[in-house]
Design a protein around this ligand. Structure first.
Ligand SMILES: [Zn+2]
Length: 66
C-alpha cells in the first residue's frame, strides 16, 4: 500500500499530503506538517497561536504587553 495522508498546514491552512510536506514537527505528541519551511518556523515559534485559532477567541484576556 502506498497511501498518503491528507493533512492541513496549521499555519496557512493549506491542504497538503504528508508525503509531499516540506517539513514536519512534533508538538505535544502530535505531528504537524507544513507546505514549506517558513510555515514550519512560524509554527515552532508560537505553536499555540496556530493551534488555538479554531477557538475563535479574540484578544480579550488579561492584557498582553508587547
Ligand atoms: Zn504553509
Amino acid at each position: 500500500m502506498n497511501s498518503t495522508t491528507a493533512v492541513k498546514d496549521p499555519v496557512c491552512g493549506m491542504d497538503i499530503e504528508t508525503a509531499s510536506a516540506a517539513g514536519q514537527t512534533e508538538y505535544k505528541g502530535q505531528t504537524y506538517y507544513f507546505c514549506n519551511l517558513q510555515c514550519k518556523e512560524k509554527f515552532e515559534r508560537k505553536p499555540e497561536q496556530y493551534l488555538s485559532k479554531s477557538a475563535g477567541t479574540p484578544k480579550s484576556g488579561p492584557g498582553c504587553c508587547g
